[in-house]
Write a protein that binds this ligand. Structure first.
Ligand code: FE
Length: 240
């Protein structure tokens, strides 16, 4: 424990959950971002923090445009897994969702979004692992009524984890905050996804994958994949 810099203090900061997208020529890509804030009223401007290793970072640097989709609370883990735990270098994410082209020509994801906006980059700050891009908003629209998804809801209710490229990443998935252990009878073991940290709990099953509660990990079909990141069964190991 470092008394001077207790990183747990930083974990108390609250965030939302967004998809930030950008373009490179005919190609587009997007990723989950928890850090989007409005930083100026006139002109309306936002700041987003993006990991330098991410494809979206390269696209924003190149095209100087970006779009933001504000996700709703009902957003399924499968969408967060696609945009948060998979790289655009491996998967054409934008082809799997519905998009809307903004004023800058940059497409925003509108699936499970309550609003979207796009803008041109007017500044960038090097912050080590991440770059903060400041963008002037050129177009914005409310897409539907809904409650914006917060990072706390994602972590506490949806049991989601931070990707290793998130500014708020806390270390290995196994070291992240674990939900309170429930006293359960029996010996069915929980299994942890080695990619995203999702925990398969046999007592709960996996409703998105149509796996009923009470299904041991060993009985999951070989075709079953992690509901968050899409990793296959062999990426899982028993919880310590
Ligand atoms: Fe996973």
């Amino acid at each position: 424990m470092n008394d001077v810099l207790d990183r747990k203090a930083l974990w108390t900061i609250s965030y939302g959950l967004y998809i930030v997208s950008s373009v490179s020529g005919e190609k587009s890509n997007g990723q989950i971002v928890n850090s989007v804030i409005q930083v100026s009223a006139d002109p309306p401007s936002i700041a987003v923090s993006i990991n330098k290793n991410n494809l979206t970072h390269a696209y924003i640097e190149e095209s100087k445009v970006l779009a933001v989709s504000v996700l709703e609370e009902e957003t399924p883990m499968s969408l967060i897994g696609l945009f948060g735990f998979k790289s655009g270098r491996d998967v054409d994410k934008m082809s799997k969702v519905t998009c809307r082209n903004g004023e800058t020509g940059c497409p925003a994801v509108i699936d499970n979004a309550i609003s979207s906006f796009d803008g041109k980059v007017v500044g960038a700050v090097d912050c080590g692992t991440h770059t903060i891009f400041v963008a002037e908003v050129m177009g914005a629209q409310v897409l539907k009524d809904g409650t914006p998804l917060t990072y706390a809801y994602y972590q506490n209710v949806m049991k989601g984890k931070a990707s290793k490229n998130a500014p708020t990443y806390k270390g290995d998935p196994g070291s992240q905050d674990k939900p309170e252990e429930k006293k359960v009878e029996g010996v069915m073991k929980k299994y942890v996804c080695g990619v995203c940290g999702y925990i398969y709990d046999p007592q709960e099953g996996d409703s998105e994958g149509n796996i009923p509660a009470g299904t041991p990990f060993e009985d999951l079909p070989d075709s079953w994949t992690c509901p968050v990141c899409g990793a296959s069964k062999d990426e899982f190991s028993p919880e310590e």
